[in-house]
Ligand binder design. Structure first.
Ligand SMILES: *[C@@H]1O[C@H](CO)[C@@H](O)[C@H](O)[C@H]1NC(C)=O
Ligand SMILES: *[C@@H]1O[C@H](CO)[C@@H](O)[C@H](O)[C@H]1NC(C)=O
Ligand SMILES: *[C@@H]1O[C@H](CO)[C@@H](O)[C@H](O)[C@H]1NC(C)=O
Ligand SMILES: *[C@@H]1O[C@H](CO)[C@@H](O)[C@H](O)[C@H]1NC(C)=O
Ligand SMILES: *[C@@H]1O[C@H](CO)[C@@H](O)[C@H](O)[C@H]1NC(C)=O
Length: 355
């Protein structure tokens, strides 16, 4: 899959080699104005010959050719355009996805569609295959913010590539805030059980959920939890809601800064979460932070591991995160075991259909 990715150049080599293709009209207009009528007739004949025989002579290449031309327009689609197209009521729901995560994206989208919030979803594609696939099925709902991260190394949890990949998150979010939107970020290994928006009460700058597994009383405080053993809190960078305020922008800038101060190292094998937590810790005095209720937004380390707690809080769960487990296959199996792998039987409900 990723080998295929690397064979896809940004510029379409075919558009130069076959300038008379009926589908590349903007390119074919230039030669017409320069050439004599005879040449035009020759060129027109060539178009007919190519149009009739090309698809039959070389079917796979012909298909590849037209698919590429049909989707290249998304290469120039900017975050500003995408946000204004997708946002509803000044609000966006975003995720950042690369090709291996497409099944998770679809699963997450089905659950959001059930809560009728899919219209606001903008997929930040981290490779061209994802950009093209999503926009082909659901035009305008994916955007790519260059440069493209290295696909070969971006997926292994704990690797430098994964760190680089997740480090893009605060930049994307800051850009959206600068454009003036409210934004909810979700990892796509999440499933919505209910509508999270009624839980975003008040006018706080940043809303988030705890990644600690310890059970808290239902009426726990909404303040930033005290630091844990590592000196910082354990807030999840998987689900964040931000209002376009100076406070929220400050947290994003601090997060970017913390990632630069503490870059990836072999010894620590960090992801972007510790830096997010340091950013929260260091800005807590200036920014209005809001911890979402644990019963509604539990960490996977609690939801998937404590049946008693799940029973006690039945009916209160809003977003379930499939974390505290590593590997695509294990995550899928766990979602299946808990009846949360919706793509098997309900892909028709996704705006992307069956992938
Ligand atoms: C639109 O946003 C405002 C302010 O964020 C909110 O109070 C209102 O309920 C939203 N309306 C809809 C239809 O979502
Ligand atoms: C990660 O980013 C750093 C700094 O920008 C860069 O030097 C390194 O090559 C990148 N590594 C991978 C695997 O993407
Ligand atoms: C939660 O409820 C308990 C018992 O009703 C009470 O003692 C405690 O102060 C409450 N905690 C908060 C943070 O409101
Ligand atoms: C931030 O972290 C430091 C060091 O662990 C701690 O002393 C301080 O109380 C934390 N601040 C907040 C607001 O949690
Ligand atoms: C599991 O949940 C129950 C009920 O909330 C709680 O009393 C217990 O301490 C939890 N177990 C663990 C291992 O956290």
């Amino acid at each position: 899959m990723s080998g295929f990715l690397h064979q896809r150049p940004i510029h379409n080599p075919f558009s130069d080699r076959y300038p008379v293709s009926p589908r590349s009209s903007s390119i074919s207009q230039r030669p017409f104005s320069i050439f004599s009528p005879t040449t035009i007739i020759v060129l027109l004949s060539l178009i007919i010959v190519l149009g009739v025989f090309f698809p039959w002579v070389s079917m796979p290449e012909g298909l590849f050719f037209s698919t590429k031309l049909g989707t290249t327009k998304w290469r120039d689609y900017t975050l500003t355009q995408a946000a204004s197209f997708v946002a509803k009521n000044g609000t966006l729901i975003v995720c950042a996805v690369s090709q291996p995560y497409l099944p998770f994206l679809n699963n997450w989208l089905i659950s959001i569609t059930r809560q009728k919030h899919q219209d606001k979803v903008l997929v930040i594609a981290e490779d061209y295959a994802t950009l093209d696939k999503v926009n082909e099925r659901w035009p305008g709902h994916a955007v790519l913010v260059p440069p493209v991260p290295d696909a070969q190394t971006a997926h292994k949890f704990g690797s430098m590539g994964f760190f680089n990949f997740t480090s893009r998150r605060p930049r994307h979010l800051l850009q959206i805030l600068e454009l003036g939107y409210n934004v909810m970020y979700n990892d796509v290994d999440m499933v919505w059980m209910a509508d999270p928006f009624p839980y975003l009460q008040g006018n706080h700058d940043v809303y988030f959920m705890d990644d600690m597994t310890a059970v808290k009383p239902v009426n726990h405080s909404h303040d930033l939890p005290p630091p844990g053993k590592k000196g910082r809190p354990y807030i999840c960078s998987c689900m964040i809601f931000l209002r376009p305020t100076n406070g929220a922008k400050l947290v994003m800038r601090k997060w970017i800064e913390e990632l630069q101060i503490q870059p990836w190292s072999k010894a620590k094998k960090a992801n972007d979460q510790p830096a997010f937590n340091w950013a929260l810790n260091k800005t807590a005095g200036e920014v209005d932070l809001y911890l979402l209720p644990q019963a509604a937004f539990p960490t996977g380390g609690l939801y998937f591991k404590n049946k008693t707690w799940v029973q006690e809080t039945r009916g209160m769960h809003v977003i379930i995160h499939n974390n505290y487990i590593i590997g695509f296959e294990k995550k899928i199996k766990r979602f299946r075991d808990f009846g949360l792998w919706l793509v098997d039987d309900h892909s028709i409900e996704s705006p992307l259909g069956k992938l």
